[in-house]
Design a protein around this ligand. Structure first.
Ligand code: IPD
Ligand code: CA
Ligand code: CA
Length: 271
């Protein structure tokens, strides 16, 4: 198969995010609350905007890389099984914020080759900030190179986490971990978009982010951008299974080990 021109693909993906982001923003300005639907639980919400945005993204991305398959949150396209290239898409990360009029939501697009991520795009729709990176390159916010923060200790760090829609038996130990981080850091934010949490770690607005029960479309793009910005990302065991494994700890390289140690100690000792 011919080599692909990743730089060109990236430029196209950024433009596609701007265009579909504008659709989401305009629909959000006049959103009718009766059009909210529930997915598999009363608090896991979705709307026609998520689905229509996904259809638009899939159509545009298919044009720029026809050989790639799709793994998408809303399942509006056949889900890929054995393709070499795959787009991993969350058309609207931060749906609950969007539906309640909180201006923190993003489009998240990752591209993988085999099991490697080679492109990531997180587009913060309201701030018009496009966080992006490709294999072998640096990470950017729009045209500016970004790096993770230089902060050295957990005690000087601002962190983010999220609360999944579905809580397993691990809920109490998770809250316990949050409690301990609250006592040991500058604080914890819950922005409501894992993709934006990760983008903010990449550009140094946050030192770290952790969450469990995440899906690949929440994190494929953002984790790659953190890595290209010099940060560290692992699962809760310190391994690499953080895109499909659900559990994720990301941070700058000073703070990540301190975060992981605290998480590991509680998470894996819990029965
Ligand atoms: C959610 C957001 C949220 C996180 C949830 C995700 P959605 O995605 O990323 O921050 O806490 O675990 O499911 O439903 O807004 O696309
Ligand atoms: Ca999501
Ligand atoms: Ca979503």
């Amino acid at each position: 198969m011919a080599a692909i021109d990743l730089k060109n693909i990236q430029r196209n993906v950024n433009a596609i995010c701007e265009e579909v982001g504008e659709f989401i923003r305009i629909e959000g300005a006049s959103f009718d609350l009766t059009r909210i639907e529930q997915k598999n639980s009363f608090n896991n919400l979705v709307s026609y905007v998520d689905k229509e945005a996904e259809r638009k993204l899939v159509a545009a991305l298919h044009k720029i890389l026809p050989e790639a398959g799709f793994i998408t949150e809303e399942g509006t396209v056949e889900q890929s099984k054995q393709k070499e290239y795959n787009w991993i898409i969350d058309p609207l990360d931060g749906t609950t914020n969007f539906l309640h009029g909180l201006p923190i939501f993003a489009i998240s697009i990752g591209l993988t080759r085999g099991d490697q991520t080679i492109l990531g795009d997180v587009y913060h729709i309201i701030r018009k900030e496009c966080f992006h990176a490709i294999e072998g390159g640096q990470a950017y916010c729009n045209d500016q190179v970004i790096r993770v923060s230089p902060v050295k200790t957990l005690g000087e760090s601002l962190l983010a986490t999220g609360f999944p829609y579905y809580h397993s038996a691990k809920k109490d130990v998770y809250l316990d971990i949050i409690k301990e981080f609250l006592e040991k850091s500058h604080g914890i934010r819950r922005l409501g978009s894992a993709a934006i949490d990760l983008a903010y770690v990449a550009c140094g607005r946050l030192e770290g982010f952790f969450e469990y029960n995440l899906n690949p479309w929440d994190v494929a793009a953002g984790t790659f951008i953190v890595q290209q910005a010099g940060g560290t990302v692992t699962d809760f065991r310190g391994g690499n299974n953080f895109i499909f494994g659900g559990e994720l700890c990301a941070g700058n390289s000073h703070v990540h080990p301190e975060m992981l140690q605290l998480i590991q100690h509680k998470w894996h000792n819990h029965q």
